[in-house]
Each structure stands twice: as structure tokens, then as C-alpha cells.
Design a protein around this ligand. Structure first.
Ligand code: ATP
Ligand code: MG
Length: 364
């Protein structure tokens, strides 16, 4: 997959922009706060309708303006497609492919898939489980449209159930619907667990060898998917997972009522990351953390390739400057094959790259 052109209108700090890209390496360079990351964010958005740093779509629209627009001309492996995102400050959003409105955001990923690696990815290893669940969601949503649908449904159910549990002492009639929400959460949750377990299984084939190579063969990376304790085998079918979830719900029903919180379900999942048998979250050094995050991202990229027979578009935000020379060479060697977008402050030494000097919302 590759992006041949990008158009932005009133998107972040870009009043208007039109760029044509190279099929290989593209570099956005310039000083701080000029709009380099905004470009990677726009490309990622056109593959998933999500931003890694905006909570609401309206943050992507230029300050003081009501509508924002981003479009990319992409080659999806078999044909050219024009992807568009039209955002309104009211919250209304339209996603289109060749002028036809898409029903779900997941359909974007049929034409464009991206893997983004940014400095915040160090949190992937060091911060709480929410970051690692976001890692699951970002990637599996692009790989499996059914996952994206289930995730949206699960979030909706979770919000409802949270509200019921929070408010039931003041409004006891809310309890009439509690068990129904729990049941539906178990059904949708089983779908999430099924896909996450398979994603981690496949990631375990790709990320550890990358980590070993990148650490010069000195370190061993291990991954384990951690979900609801009564789900004996998350790789078993959705039916068996569903039974495990029901069992956990039943034993925690009273505790949920007492604590007024939703205590059971895959919204508490995690990914255990260990280096040489020790938890990376607790013990990894800065350098080890960086290598592990890199291995997870490049592992996901590899997995995308195996899935579709094509490389996803790789977005590297400010990460090369943070790596030492050996790891930097490793990355540059490793990413050959697909299209890459790199941001950095200096023009840098990237042979045969197309370079764009970004200055105050313009490419000069
Ligand atoms: P750095 O090198 O520091 O990472 P950058 O070039 O990646 O910088 P960006 O993160 O792309 O910079 O952001 C550039 C600018 O975009 C910031 O000054 C920010 O204030 C501005 N900006 C962010 N959102 C909006 C918006 N909705 N409307 C207008 N400007 C915005
Ligand atoms: Mg930036």
C-alpha cells in the first residue's frame, strides 16, 4: 500500500496543503511546532479515522474554523482510491472512498493501513494497561473489520453498564437492565478476546526475533496476553470464551454492585512484556524499553504484511534521532520494501528520500 498524494484543508495548522509523495522514503523536516507530526497524524487518520493524540475529531480542525478536510490518493495494491475525511466541529463526520460514503471507519483499512511509531510509544512498555489495549485496538481494527465493529459496540455497552452501576442506589429501577447489559458485554467481549489472543499469538512469531536482532542477540523478548481469569484458553472459540466471561460476571456481580464499578471484562486486558524473564514494565532500562517498543511496532508491521501480502505505510515520528547508531541502522535496513514517512528536525541523511521542509503549516 502507498499514499501518492495528500490534500489538507483547515486541518490542524494547515489552511491548505497539497503534496505528492515518493513510493519509498519521504522525510518531513523542520523546526518544532511547524506541523510535521500533524501530517503523520492525517495519514494515520485516513487509515483508521483515529488519531493517536486527539480525543475528539474537532481537535483536528483548524482553530476558529467549522470544517476540516483531509484526502489521500492511495494505491491499495490493486487499484487507485481517493480516501476522504470531512469533519465538522459539530461532531459530524463523513468518510468516503472514491466519493462513496463508508458505513464504518474500518472500511478505510481495506485501502490504507498504517503503523505509527512515535516517542510516546515508550509508554507502551512502561505505562498502565490502557496503552497496551490501545495498541491492540489500533492494529486489530485495521486487520479485522469485525473487531472494529465489536469494539465500538463493547465501548457503548461498557459506558451504559458503568452508568447503571454508578447510579443504581439513587435509581434502583436501573437494575432491571443490568443483567441484559452484562450478557451483551460477554457476547461482544468474547469477540474481542478471540481476536486479541490470535493477534498476540502471531505477534509472538514476529516481535521477539526483531528484538533479538536489534539487541545484537543479547536479549530475549517474551509476550503473553492476559485477560479475564476464568477464560481458560483465549485461543479457544468465542463460545468457550463467552462461558468463561459469564462465570466471571456471576462471581463478581455483588462486588460490582458494592463498588459501583464495572469490574469484569476485556476492558481490563493487558499484554505482559518480559525481557530475559523480567517484567519490562518494572525493570527495563531506557534503551531496552525503546528496543521493545520498536520490536512491537515493527512486529505489527510484519504481521500486516503477512496478512495482506503488502507492507503497510510506516510512519516514524521523531524516533530515529532517539536511537543509537546501531539501532538506527537496524531500523533503516529493516524498513526497506514499503513506503515510509519520517519526521525529524534536521534534513538528515536519507539517500534517495523525497524531502519536504515544513514551516508553519506549509511545505516550502
Ligand atoms: P515537534 O518537532 O515539536 O514535534 P511538529 O512539527 O511535529 O513539532 P506538530 O505537532 O505537527 O509540530 O504541531 C504544529 C502546530 O500545530 C502546533 O504549534 C500546534 O499549536 C498547532 N495546532 C495543533 N492543533 C491545531 C489546530 N486544531 N488548529 C491550528 N493549529 C493547531
Ligand atoms: Mg512532532
Amino acid at each position: 500500500m502507498r499514499v501518492d498524494a495528500l490534500t489538507l484543508d483547515f486541518w490542524r495548522n494547515y489552511p491548505h496543503l497539497q503534496l505528492e509523495f515518493a513510493p519509498g522514503v519521504n522525510v518531513f523536516y523542520g523546526q518544532n511546532a511547524q506541523g510535521k507530526t500533524n501530517l503523520l497524524e492525517a495519514l494515520a487518520y485516513l487509515s483508521s479515522a483515529r488519531s493517536h493524540r486527539a480525543r475528539y475529531d474537532r481537535e483536528l480542525i483548524t482553530f476558529g474554523v467549522d470544517h476540516g478536510f483531509a484526502a489521500a490518493r492511495v494505491w491499495n495494491g490493486s487499484r487507485e482510491v481517493e480516501l476522504e475525511a470531512r469533519l465538522a466541529r459539530t461532531g459530524r463526520r463523513q468518510l468516503l472512498a472514491n466519493g462513496v460514503r463508508l458505513k464504518t471507519a474500518a472500511e478505510l483499512a481495506e485501502h490504507l493501513r498504517t503503523v505509527l511509531f512515535c516517542p510516546e510509544d515508550l509508554f507502551l512498555v512502561k505505562a498502565g494497561g490502557a496503552e497496551r489495549r490501545r495498541f491492540f485496538d489500533q492494529h486489530i481494527c485495521q486487520l479485522r473489520p469485525r473487531y472494529a465493529v465489536a469494539l465500538a459496540e463493547y465501548k457503548r455497552l461498557h459506558e451504559h453498564k458503568t452508568r447503571i452501576l454508578r447510579d443504581w442506589p439513587e435509581h434502583p429501577d436501573l437494575l432491571d437492565t443490568l443483567d441484559d447489559f452484562s450478557l451483551r458485554m460477554a457476547q461482544t467481549g468474547a469477540v474481542l478476546i478471540h481476536y486479541r489472543a490470535h493477534f498476540v499469538k502471531r505477534l509472538m512469531e514476529h516481535a521477539p526475533p526483531i528484538h533479538a536482532q536489534c539487541s545484537g542477540g543479547r536479549e530475549r523478548l517474551e509476550l503473553a496476553y492476559r485477560t479475564v481469569s476464568t477464560v481458560a484458553d483465549p485461543l479457544a472459540g468465542s463460545k468457550a470464551i463467552f462461558q468463561g466471561l459469564l462465570e466471571h460476571q456471576q462471581t463478581h456481580r455483588q462486588a460490582e454492585l458494592d463498588s459501583r464499578m464495572c469490574l469484569t471484562g476485556p476492558h481490563k486486558d493487558d499484554l505482559d512484556i518480559a525481557i530475559d524473564g523480567q517484567s519490562a514494565k518494572e525493570y527495563a532500562s531506557q534503551g531496552q524499553t525503546r528496543t521493545a517498543a520498536l520490536a512491537l511496532k515493527l512486529g505489527a508491521r510484519e504481521l500486516f504484511y503477512r496478512d495482506a501480502g503488502q507492507w503497510p505505510v510506516l510512519l516514524l515520528d521523531d524516533v530515529l534521532s532517539e536511537l543509537d547508531a546501531r539501532r538506527r541502522d537496524f531500523v533503516l535496513e529493516r524498513i526497506q520494501g514499503g513506503q515510509v514517512f519520517i519526521t525529524c528536525c534536521e534534513e538528515g541523511d536519507f539517500p534517495s528520500a523525497r524531502r519536504f521542509h515544513i514551516q508553519d503549516g506549509r511545505a516550502v
